[in-house]
Write a protein that binds this ligand. Structure first.
Ligand code: NAD
Length: 312
């Protein structure tokens, strides 16, 4: 099975590397507009194969979409990343044109592909892709909640002083510093609600740290993070390719679920061979519903920029 990753920058290359090492696909195509970069990174990854013992073939492509033909899943990471002090939303002008063109080019060669959108502002880029391509909603999935939930689990494990893999937690809503909603009420440590272990102030700090988790890394790194974003995108690909039906919070089109329609925003989703196979209805309390509505309003405002720019 072939998987393409568009954008051979930090996130795209990391995603391709995880896909290769875990042998999630037999062939991974890495495409970028920068002459030679994707070929170089693909070759470098292939030279780790004898060391790490994987058989995935990684192929680089400088903007040649013919090489991507027949991809089952395509991860779109092309576009500008954040610089320190920038919000994800400030990237909309440049990234909208890039994501739309890339999605159209991809579908010419892989008409049946499931698209995973990573480029920011991700909720709006996912909405744009859905509208611009006319694809059925199950085939357009934005990656944000899988990453934000992983960051949430990281901060929870730090506060608890317990292993990350023993912590469960979900972040829904928009993928923005002020729009994401870490569901602290539903977070557990091996099935025990974390609210029974951490006090309200500690939980509030975990949620606040999670929400600015991306900005914290951008400040440290000088650009946005890539290891966890790349891994999160690869895990969505894995769930599709292996039809695992794992639940990840993903940005998908809502048609009444969570009280919203005509929007793409993060909700818990069963991810399988058909892409978004089911939206899970977490029973939110009044406070969480209110946060979700506010988050949706902010995402909608951002989507309006697309119409104002006449991109859709
Ligand atoms: P990067 O600058 O390292 O890589 C982006 C790559 O896209 C570059 O190599 C560039 O040449 C390429 N590119 C630009 N236009 C292209 C086109 N038309 N076709 C093909 N390739 C093209 O950036 P990065 O750190 O990898 O981040 C990529 C995007 O992902 C950014 O928009 C960033 O904000 C976003 N991001 C999203 C999440 C998330 O959770 N959704 C997390 C991290 C980063």
């Amino acid at each position: 099975m072939k998987v393409t990753v568009v954008g051979a920058g930090n996130v795209g290359a990391t995603c391709a590397n995880v896909l290769a090492i875990r042998e999630i696909a037999s062939e991974v195509v890495l495409l970028d507009i920068k002459e030679g970069v994707s070929e170089g990174k693909a070759m470098d990854m292939m030279q780790t194969s004898p060391l790490l013992g994987f058989d995935t073939c990684v192929v680089g492509s400088t903007n040649d979409y013919a090489k991507t033909a027949g991809s089952a899943v395509v991860v779109i990471t092309s576009g500008l990343p954040r610089k320190p002090g920038m919000t994800r939303e400030e990237l909309i002008g440049t990234n909208a044109g890039i994501v739309k063109t890339v999605a159209e080019n991809i579908l010419k060669h892989s008409p049946n592909a499931i698209l995973i959108i990573v480029s920011n502002p991700m909720d709006t880029m996912t909405y744009l892709t859905l509208k611009a391509t006319g694809l059925p909603k199950n085939r357009v999935i934005g990656m944000g909640g899988a990453l934000d939930s992983s960051r949430f689990k990281y901060y929870l494990s730090q506060a608890l002083g317990r292993p990350l893999t023993d912590v469960q937690g979900t972040v829904i809503g928009g993928h923005g510093d002020t729009t994401m909603i870490p569901l602290t009420r539903l977070a557990t440590y091996n099935g025990v609600p974390v609210s029974q272990i951490l006090d309200a102030a500690a939980l509030e700090k975990v949620a606040a740290d999670t929400m600015v988790g991306g900005a914290t890394l951008t400040k440290l790194l000088g650009t946005s993070a890539w290891y966890a974003p790349g891994a999160a995108a690869a895990m969505l690909v894995e769930s599709i390719v292996r039809d695992e039906k794992k639940v990840f919070p993903c940005c998908v089109s809502l048609e009444g679920e969570y009280g919203q329609k005509d929007i793409c925003i993060g909700v818990p989703v069963v991810v399988g061979k058909n892409g978004c196979e089911e939206i899970i209805d977490y029973k939110l309390n009044a406070e969480e519903k209110d946060l979700f509505e506010k988050s949706a309003a902010a995402v909608r405002k951002m989507n309006q920029v697309l119409a104002d720019m006449k991109v859709i």
